[in-house]
Design a binder for this molecule. Structure first.
Ligand SMILES: Nc1nc2c(ncn2[C@@H]2O[C@H](COP(=O)(O)OP(=O)(O)OP(=O)(O)O)[C@@H](O)[C@H]2O)c(=O)[nH]1
Ligand SMILES: [Mg+2]
Length: 1199
């Protein structure tokens, strides 16, 4: 009601009170008010005068709201749920969605935001700085999330008003927990000059952002790059080391410089102090050197905010780069880390952070710790190296081998990419032709890829950390330089492979799963509250609790058993490792204490440094590698456990820790929903809780396993510490010998204890983790059961409105937008014809002032393909609701069109949309729908104009996020094509068609088609004879020629053919099913999941698919026969009463009727009015009580 108040107020305010009644009658609430289309307005306000007045006012209102949503103008107010919610593991970062203004009409905001962005891009010339990444589907996800957040905030506020009961506090906790998940970290490693910074710049489309240089090491500090989610500025947060750390470093630099002239140290000091660099450390800590950076003195971060990337780069130079030949003071030696926030890169970096990691660790302790933390948190590692020497160069392989323990078993790396850079670099390139150059480069790229793969396969040390997934290694050969050139020299944009890397980032960015997690978690909580309010009288609660408690016990037993088995194997490996370490440690130590080829004189300083620094010497010179006595001593034990460790805690996420037993843990609440309808909402909550619990537990285990793995070195270091301290006391003559003796003696005396201690420590940590896992699963599930099924709390607020809105968003994102809420009987679920269904993709949002028209569709053509007729009432822009085509009309006119085969396209060109044959003399401009994700490159697509069988290429006028616009003078056939095949992902759609099985009403087939999003659904429908289109959330991103697999859940048996299918991105006219799902269980709803076979089976789309419609259709069509032939009316009515499908009064009314037929009429009237879910229940009761009748009727029905 509250939302109609808004409408009433507005109409009054605008002097249009006479319209209030009409608006109320038409059910126009706040949300629909703000999204009224031209045609709606015409319907509700037929009179021209008031209509013009209304339109003017509405336009002003919408414009005012657009201004509100400009990110930079909107102050960022932290959402109360975010305070304890989103945990950022790696430094501060803006919560991804918290800055979106959320109002009741959030969806409209998103829509207008896109309009606004399009407007902006129209006004400003596009520069290479812009990275236009708006994806329609994604943007609607952002809106759904924003709406869900707003709903959850309201719920939180309502709970706040209710006082603190146990259930209330529990619910608030759950709300606060909704926003979890950390960013994915991509570590960019490589030797200096390999092209890391240039690569990052190219990928995010900001040419000058990170420093790049020719002569010497250029980037000197760790730089994180992430999306600026709060405004459109370029920002940098500079984090400094502490004053004490700098002073210590100055002292150590003085000592080293005294002993040997170290270039690195000299460079650091002169960067900051210029010619003063020989002063004492105390003098060098004077204020005068730091007055420009008071933040360093106050231990705060320095924040830089700029309008452009080049301005930021310029300001950042003195904090990041060591190659600048400038006279001013340089501060890079003081910097610990820089975080750069870039606007307009949400499609790549909203949930991903790129880290440019120069060198391999750092001599400064705190920088080194941070470096290690970054390495340990990278889920993807990019090793950057020169294409020319990709496999032969030592450094990249050394980096990989030296860091593998940190990123493999000791970290969370799931993917390693070798990125061979500078693929364009050819000697004497000016002397060869473009074609020769291109051929040379492509051939060298192939060779480089092959060699890298072969060499990688020989890296046994690396393989010990990964379970051998074929997707672990990817090799790219890129040219950042050619990608950024206006005009290609040798390579086309796709051949620079930068777009492929962008695609990888987009996949990692995976906004959808973050949104899904939040939305399904939120829906779970809403279900719980709604369920708690509705089912105080539910009689099945104790029974359900008993079933669930037994299931917890059984499931925990499985988890315990599997973990104990893993523990035992592990214990054996460790024992073996201890034995071998004891045998070999003294020998190994000899190599450390007296390395081959080192003179005693030279080694003295090294050993001295080692014993004074806990056995570790970090390289001051980036070219040398670290010496670490503790690591060396641990390595033998590690070698023995690596294989088992990676199997127990695989980084690759497919099966999860402990051989997948935690992922398999389930109370299977789905199986109880049908039987215990009175607590179905609580069961939905428990399911979402279970999912969330497992996700959190897996995150927790991942962190813990890193500690467990690292515990070996810590334990050994601990055992060695006394001897380092003792060795460090030696002075004078024979110091080197005495240091060596001390260490050797200590090792001899303690080796029998030391390695066993390390083993025990590791095992006890593992035991603790196992206990914690069992306790967490048990306690959390029990607590959720107790609070959802055993607690009656009268102070729970009414959230009916929020529940219904939340459910709408949940269904829109993850399920079926038309499915009614359980426990209520809403509108019947009408199986929509495809032609009724408006494709979301080409909604009118991107073209302002467009009127959407429903076409007349004629099917009476020879080839059964539809023809479309649009009656455009005057001049202006008109969009066909079925195909997404937009026509700019010069005057009133009738547009007739249809799709035709792409017969005349040369084989070297690829269609990028259907070919439309159009007749109408009044069309001036045509907007052809495309399915590109990044529409920032107008050269990507070309327009074909076919006249009399001959094709000519027409230059498009412009391209926006949804359409390619072309001026037309002579209408005949128009379509989009591209000049070369592209593997880049496109906006795709997953279309579902339901096909009944012969003679078996409870069996069916789902035809699943993967298509580009600009294929009109009704074109496909005409090829799916005898099938019913199932409207679902169909949008997803698909890669042409990519392989995909389909999964089906929530049903006992489903056969899917084939196991994997290709998305061929075809515009041929026979749209074939990519997959067929055969169902034979009478399931009402199934969940379909589309997985990217080429990317670890990552889920790219999932959806709840309602099948109840089939049963409903049967009931409706067989109504007369049922009235005449059903004998068991009352037993069926009894069952429906028990399931709360019909109420007591209805049951009494039915039973009072005197004949079977009259009873059946009443019963059918009730269930049909209650909607498809009720009809489906009726159908299943009918099957139970009249199986032969159902079989007989089915024969006629499915004939
Ligand atoms: N020909 C060619 N040169 C490139 C390409 N990418 C980078 N370079 C050049 O290689 C040099 C080093 O590039 P950077 O991006 O600074 O390398 P880096 O790995 O960040 O180096 P550090 O910051 O020192 O670690 C620069 O002169 C770049 O212009 C490329 O794709 N093609
Ligand atoms: Mg660099």
């Amino acid at each position: 009601m509250e939302t109609f108040d808004f409408v009433r107020d507005k109409l009054r305010e605008w002097g249009l009170s006479e319209l209030i009644q009409t608006f109320e009658d038409e059910g126009i609430d706040k949300e629909s008010f703000l999204s009224l289309e031209e045609s709606d307005i015409k319907d509700v306000i037929p009179k021209v005068g008031p209509r013009a007045k209304f339109k003017k006012r509405l336009k002003e209102l919408l414009q005012a709201q657009q201004i509100q949503i400009q990110p930079s103008c909107h102050p960022v107010t932290p959402h109360p749920l975010n305070r304890s919610g989103l945990k950022e593991e790696l430094g501060p970062s803006t919560s991804n969605f918290s800055t979106l203004p959320v109002t009741d009409e959030g969806e409209m905001h998103g829509k207008r935001k896109l309009d606004y962005e399009t407007e902006l891009s129209k006004k400003k010339p596009r520069t290479s700085e812009q990275h236009c990444g708006s994806v329609l589907g994604t943007s609607s996800e952002v809106n759904i999330l924003a709406n869900m957040k707003e709903i959850m905030k309201r719920v939180h506020d309502k709970l706040d008003e209710q006082g603190d009961t146990k259930l209330n506090a529990f619910l608030k906790d759950k709300l606060n927990d909704l926003e979890t998940g950390k960013k994915q970290l991509v570590g960019v490693f490589g030797k200096t000059g390999a092209g890391k910074s240039s690569l990052i710049n190219a990928i995010i489309g900001k040419k000058d952002l990170l420093p790049s240089g020719d002569v010497m090491a250029c980037t000197s500090v760790m730089i994180k790059v992430e999306a600026n989610m709060s405004n459109s500025k370029y920002m940098a947060e500079i984090e400094f080391i502490t004053k004490k750390e700098w002073k210590d470093e100055l002292c150590s630099i003085s000592d080293v410089i005294k002993e040997n002239d170290d270039d690195d140290h000299f460079e650091k000091r002169s960067a900051l102090y210029g010619t003063d660099n020989r002063k004492s450390p105390e003098e060098l800590m004077g204020y005068k050197y730091f007055f420009e950076i008071p933040e360093f003195l106050k231990c705060r971060k320095k924040i830089l905010t700029c309008e452009s990337s080049s301005e930021l780069s310029e300001k950042l130079a003195k904090y990041t780069r060591s190659d600048k030949e400038e006279t001013g003071r340089q501060y890079w030696p003081l910097v610990k880390c820089v975080t750069i926030k870039v606007p307009n890169v949400t499609d790549l970096l909203e949930h991903v952070t790129l880290v440019d990691l120069p060198g391999s660790g750092d001599s400064n302790k705190s920088r080194d710790e941070m470096w290690k933390e970054f390495v340990g948190c990278c889920s993807t590692v990019w090793i950057v190296t020169d294409t020319n020497r990709a496999a032969s160069e030592k450094e990249p392989w050394e980096i990989l081998n030296n860091t593998i323990s940190l990123m493999g078993n000791g970290g969370e790396c799931q993917r390693i990419s070798f990125i061979c850079t500078k693929s364009d670099a050819i000697e004497d390139s000016d002397e060869i032709s473009k074609d020769e150059g291109r051929a040379y480069i492509l051939n060298r790229n192939e060779q480089a890829k092959k060699q890298v793969r072969e060499k990688f396969n020989r890296q046994h040390k690396i393989k010990k950390h990964f379970i051998g997934d074929s997707d672990l290694l990817q090799v790219f050969t890129v040219s950042s330089r050619e990608f950024q050139k206006e005009k290609e020299k040798f390579l086309q944009k796709d051949e620079t492979e930068i777009p492929d890397l962008q695609k990888c980032l987009q996949t990692l960015n995976d906004r959808q799963s973050k949104t899904s997690n939040y939305v399904s978690g939120g829906y779970g909580i809403l279900s719980l509250i709604q369920g708690a309010n509705r089912s105080k009288m539910a009689c099945h609660k104790p029974e359900v609790c008993a079933v669930l408690e037994q299931r917890i016990k059984d499931e925990l037993d499985k988890v315990r058993q599997s973990m104990e088995e893993a523990y035992k194997v592990f214990e054996n490996c460790l024992s073996e490792g201890v034995k071998k370490s004891q045998e070999s440690c003294e020998n190994n130590m000899k190599f450390i204490l007296a390395p081959k080829g080192k003179q005693d004189r030279g080694f003295y300083a090294t050993l001295k440094f080692l014993v004074e620094n806990d056995g570790i010497q970090k390289p001051k010179n980036k070219k040398k590698s670290e010496i670490n006595i503790n690591e060396k001593l641990t390595s033998c034990m590690r070698d023995h456990i690596d294989e088992e460790f990676k199997k127990t805690f695989p980084n690759e996420g497919r099966c999860g820790p402990f051989k997948g037993v935690i992922n398999k843990f389930t109370l299977d609440t789905d199986s109880l929903v049908d039987k215990y309808k009175d607590v179905s909402l609580q069961l939905i909550f428990l399911k979402t809780e279970e999912e969330k619990l497992k996700t959190n537990l897996n995150d927790y285990i991942r962190e813990k396993k890193k500690q467990i793995y690292g515990s070996l070195t810590y334990s050994i270091k601990d055992s060695m510490q006394p001897c380092y301290e003792e060795a460090a006391t030696h002075r004078g003559k024979d110091t080197l010998k005495n240091m060596r003796d001390t260490i050797e003696k200590h090792l001899k005396g303690s080796k029998n204890i030391m390695f066993n201690k390390a083993k025990d420590e590791m095992l006890s940590q593992m035991k603790r983790l196992m206990k914690r896992i069992l306790k967490t699963l048990e306690q959390n599930m029990k607590r959720s059961i107790e609070l959802s099924l055993k607690t009656d709390d009268n102070s729970i607020p009414d959230v009916t409105e929020e529940y219904q809105r939340g459910k709408k968003w949940y269904d829109k994102l993850l399920g079926n937008p038309n499915k009614e809420t359980p426990m209520t009987c809403g509108e019947p679920l009408k199986p929509k014809a495809a032609s009724d269904f408006q494709p979301m993709t080409h909604a009118q949002s991107h073209v302002s002032g467009v009127t959407v028209l429903i076409p007349h569709i004629l099917h009476e053509t020879d080839d059964h393909k539809p023809s479309y007729r649009l009656d455009c009432p005057g001049a202006g822009l008109f969009q066909c609701a079925s195909t997404g085509l937009v026509f700019e009309m010069e005057k009133k006119g009738e547009v007739l069109y249809r799709t035709v085969d792409w017969d005349n396209l040369p084989s070297t060109l690829t269609p990028a949309g259907p070919l439309f044959s159009i007749q109408c003399p009044c069309v001036r401009q045509l907007h052809l729908p495309h399915c590109e994700i990044l529409s920032d490159d107008p050269d990507k697509l070309s327009v074909a104009h076919v006249i009399d069988g001959k094709m000519e290429e027409v230059q498009p006028n412009h391209m926006n996020a949804t359409h390619v616009v072309v001026d037309v003078t002579n209408l005949s056939e128009y379509g989009l094509f591209r000049k070369s095949f592209s593997h880049l992902p496109v906006q795709g759609q997953v279309l579902l068609f339901h096909q009944k099985a012969e003679n078996r009403p409870h069996s069916c087939t789902l035809n699943v088609l993967l298509l580009p999003r600009n294929v009109p659904i009704c074109e496909v429908e005409s090829h799916q004879m005898g099938c019913t289109f199932i409207p679902t959330r169909s949008n997803c991103t698909l890669s042409p020629r990519g392989r995909y697999g389909l999964g089906c859940e929530l049903v006992a048996r489903a056969e899917i053919q084939p196991k994997s299918g290709m998305f061929d991105c075809d515009y041929g006219q026979n749209y074939q099913s990519t997959f067929r799902v055969f169902l034979d269980s009478g399931a009402e709803t199934v969940r379909l999941i589309l997985m990217d076979r080429g990317n670890n089976d990552q889920r790219v789309w999932e959806c709840l698919v309602p099948l109840a419609a089939a049963a409903a259709e049967f009931v409706k069509k067989q109504r007369n026969a049922l009235i005449q032939r059903v004998m068991m009316v009352l037993p069926i009515a009894d069952e429906l009463l028990g399931k709360e499908v019909i109420r007591e009064e209805m049951y009494t009314r039915i039973s009072k009727e005197t004949t079977n037929q009259m009873q059946m009429r009443q019963l059918l009237k009730a269930v049909c009015a209650a909607g498809s879910a009720a009809m489906s229940e009726f159908y299943s009761a009918l099957r139970n009580h009249e199986p032969y009748l159902v079989a007989d009727l089915a024969k006629c029905f499915y004939k």
